[in-house]
Design a protein around this ligand. Sequence first.
Ligand SMILES: C[S@@+](CC[C@H](N)C(=O)[O-])C[C@H]1O[C@@H](n2cnc3c(N)ncnc32)[C@H](O)[C@@H]1O
Ligand code: SF4
Length: 514
Amino acid sequence: MARLLIQIRGIARAFRRGVHTRGDRFTTSRPHLISVKAAPTHAAYAASMPASSAFDPELLRRYDRPGPRYTSYPTAPQFASGFGEAQLREAAVTSNGDPIPRRLSLYVHVPFCLSPCFYCGCNRIITRDLSRADTYLARLYREIDLTASLFDRDREVIQLHFGGGTPNFLSPAQLREVVDTLRQQFHFSDSRERDISIELDPRFIICLEDVAELADIGFNRASLGVQDFDPAVQEAVNRIQSVEQTVAIIEACRASGFRSVNVDLIYGLPKQNPEGFSRTLDTVIRVRPDRVAVYSYAHMPELFKAQKQINAEDIPSAEVKLGLLQLAIEKLTAAGYVYIGMDHFALPDDELAQAQARGGLHRNFMGYTTHADSDLIGLGVSAISHIGDSFSQNPRDLISWQGAIDDGRLPVFRGMRLSEDDQLRADLIQHLMCQGEVPIAALERRYAIDFQEYFADSLEQLQPLEADGLVRIEPGRITVTSQGRLLLRNIAMCFDRYLDKPAAVTAPRFSRAI
Ligand SMILES: C[S@@+](CC[C@H](N)C(=O)[O-])C[C@H]1O[C@@H](n2cnc3c(N)ncnc32)[C@H](O)[C@@H]1O
Ligand code: SF4
């Protein structure tokens, strides 16, 4: 029997490879993981830019309210403590049961940073004690042991991402050890599509040979934090970083054969103004990274204590902030970048842009990705996993995470199993965030619902957005207009069942839309 299952899975894997090369989507027995086939309209959406004419400051200001970024649905605040180790084990074992072994994505969180950037909203620990990496890694290896044993060996790892904090707080030798450990415990895919990516703080790369060593380990994508090159802004946020050191790292990544390089910018930082930000954008465009993320500064000092060091008077007004966003969109699109959605731009030949054009873009905790239909295993403090129909999260503080591992337990502190309704809405929101549409007819078929009836409340909430020209509601589908592309989260919020109480939207746990 076991042999028969292995044979079926072998055939299925070969079938999946064939399906992928035809540019189609892989489907599984679980309804929430089945995606609609690509339609020609996806290419049109990918090509449509939020043009200057679509940039209406009055309208954008009206929609500038707090809301989730939808890297998951339901969002993390819905995870509950009733979901613990036993539930995570069950989810993992169940996820092995598919006739086609679903692929795996791995995320490793490295929390340490050498110095505090005042704007930072990430889960990080500031320390100059490099030996803290050793104690952290000892626990991480134990967590890898505990976790890997739950997954069948024929489940291929298609993506590994190191996030932080600052992953390059670890030396190349330590990073090699982590990747080697993962390779021993999981089966890494040999496919060309396999990604190993890392977030790099260019200020802390000791020498360019380190980048070559990262490539030798297998890293093929890098994301560099920049934010702004304007010296006044850098001083106000406590992050001094020269153009030269940043460009040197980007060039070293290219010379070492990295497949793509991303640069992070933020608009709305203290002391930012159109002249300085314009120079930053020109510099970035000259270097031409494959991807550029332009995040809206999320100022929530109650949540992120370091932000209390920012002088509130230095933060640009809503007017200026909008101008900075407009500048970024105009300059990047004029330079040939495609607007993917939710702060992300990519060159047209980058895989993100291509995936969007063929309807194969996906969104998870790591942002936009081309790797749909994989289970995500989060490792390290605060990391989130998405396995089968479950979400789960590790403790956000180091002591609790370490404590669980030292006790030999999987360090999960909260999570949830998605209901049928959650799965339907998650699927719908994925389509909105990635392809800019709600495929009504396909969702009706897949979930056996009458869309008008099931989403009567959502459609009512959507009416003012339709009147404002953010969406078009047509028979069989809802599409996001070029104006609506800047307000994707407001559109998705109409379908979020957990936001039906006004208090949920105004609570200071979500950043503002713009
Ligand atoms: C983990 S950091 C990047 C890697 C590395 N630690 C660095 O700073 O170079 C991830 C990114 O989150 C973004 N970010 C952090 N705090 C933010 C905030 N409050 N609002 C908007 N974006 C933020 C920044 O663009 C940053 O580059
Ligand atoms: S932006 Fe990066 S380097 Fe700065 S504190 Fe946050 S995680 Fe650390």
